[in-house]
Design a protein around this ligand. Structure first.
Ligand SMILES: C[S@@+](CC[C@H](N)C(=O)[O-])C[C@H]1O[C@@H](n2cnc3c(N)ncnc32)[C@H](O)[C@@H]1O
Length: 193
């Protein structure tokens, strides 16, 4: 999917149809993106993943499942966020982003005030942002910045809402591995106000 040049992307022409638009940032091996695209054929999906092995794996899923509702960018998701029209996204997934655990690395985390501003611009009112992490410090970080952002409202009412996977959850190899190592994921659902 090309993102060069000035101006915003024409999303409908990218898919040859109108429809809801869902996006996944850092889809890794693509298990989640492919499963959601297969379950929701009426929805248009865009996914970003800079890692070539992840892209190759996702293309395998696209071919195997014969998905026609997915467009992919092998690059930094922030480039694509800046090319999307205002209020064009219905759902956004950021699942187990790279944790950058050391203090001096934390500025590289994809969840930051600047990225949340970019997300807020492109999400429709009522659009949902789903984040997950297996790193307690990153969960606190996600909560701190997203709760502090005026555009987002946390949906959790009790602990089950962030300790238990949501109904349409898809387990990836990454999640299986991290659970095997004894880490417990946290699931954070926000709505764009
Ligand atoms: C820990 S993996 C998780 C993969 C997948 N979400 C899952 O749950 O299995 C994090 C992924 O985010 C990707 N990533 C890192 N920075 C990114 C960025 N700026 N834009 C898009 N993807 C990014 C990495 O290449 C990696 O595949």
């Amino acid at each position: 999917m090309p993102v060069e040049g000035a101006g915003r992307l024409d999303v409908a022409s990218l898919f040859g149809r109108d429809g809801e638009l869902w996006m996944e940032i850092g889809f890794g091996g693509g298990e989640h993106l492919a499963a959601q695209a297969e379950r929701n054929p009426q929805v248009n999906f865009i996914g970003c993943e800079p890692f070539v092995n992840g892209m190759a794996s996702m293309l395998g899923h696209v071919e195997e499942k014969k998905l026609t509702n997915v467009r992919l960018l092998m690059d930094d998701a922030r480039l694509l966020l800046d090319k999307l029209p205002d209020a064009s996204l219905d759902r956004l997934f950021v699942l187990f982003p790279d944790p950058w655990p050391k203090e001096r690395q934390k500025k590289r985390r994809i969840i930051s005030p600047a990225t949340l501003d970019r997300m807020a611009r492109v999400m429709k009112p009522g659009a949902r942002l789903r984040m997950a992490t297996d790193i307690a410090d990153y969960a606190r970080w996600m909560l701190m910045y997203t709760l502090d952002h005026p555009a987002f409202e946390w949906q959790a009412r009790c602990a089950v809402d962030f300790n238990v996977p949501p109904a349409d959850w898809v387990t990836t190899r990454y999640e299986t591995k991290t659970r095997g190592e004894g880490r417990k994921p946290v699931f954070l659902e926000f709505v764009r106000k």
